[in-house]
Design a protein around this ligand. Structure first.
Ligand SMILES: [Zn+2]
Ligand SMILES: [Zn+2]
Length: 198
């Protein structure tokens, strides 16, 4: 039975202990190999994992008691080619930053952390801001790792740049043979061109 995932697998352990992070600002990196056996459901399609996800979480104190965590992920997937449906390999790489803060006044999900200028802005790009509880000794980054992963998945993939797709009339794989079907009275070679411009 193939597993289908729409959120982080429950067995992913991506916790960091707040007291392990250096008070003087030195970053601490954890490298994790996260099992993923099954299909990731996103963009209305299924991405088949070809192995575990390699994640690296680098956390440092970012002023006061805020903790900045950079989440990087790498993984291999396969999914059907958008034109001919041939199973196609896909290597993904994601990189996101999250700021965990005790401070009030931050909009959830980083609205104040984005854009240019103004308070709460970060010079080094987009940051999602997540509220932290004072008594929270650990931070669980499993959903952050998951988000970094799915946001790096492309909407579609082509088996090759010039994939000619499947004939909508006879179902032939046009990468393998030219079937000669005529689409709407249009020469099939022109139809291919027209399709690629849409
Ligand atoms: Zn293809
Ligand atoms: Zn055909």
């Amino acid at each position: 039975m193939t597993k289908r995932y729409e959120s982080a697998p429950t067995e992913w352990d991506c916790r960091i202990v707040r007291s392990d992070i250096d008070k003087n600002g030195a970053p601490r990196t954890e490298r994790l190999t996260l099992p993923l056996d099954g299909l990731v459901e996103y963009w209305g399609q299924s991405y088949a994992a070809r192995g575990p996800i390699c994640a690296s979480i680098t956390a440092n104190i970012a002023g006061g008691e805020d903790i900045m965590a950079r989440v990087e992920v790498e993984g291999e997937f396969s999914l059907p080619c958008s034109r001919c449906l041939a199973e196609t390999g896909l290597a993904i790489r994601g990189d996101m930053r999250y700021l965990f803060t005790l401070r009030r006044g931050f909009e959830p999900s980083g609205k104040k952390g984005r854009g240019e200028g103004g308070e709460g802005d970060f010079p080094d790009g987009d940051v999602d801001v997540i509220r932290l509880d004072l008594y929270q000794s650990e931070i669980d980054l499993a959903q952050c790792v998951w988000e970094t992963l799915i946001l790096s998945l492309p909407e579609g993939v082509l088996c090759r740049e010039d994939c000619r797709g499947i004939c909508p009339i006879c179902g032939a794989d046009k990468n393998e043979r030219e079937c000669g079907c005529v689409l709407d009275g249009v020469d099939p070679r022109l139809a291919v061109l027209r399709g690629s411009m849409e």
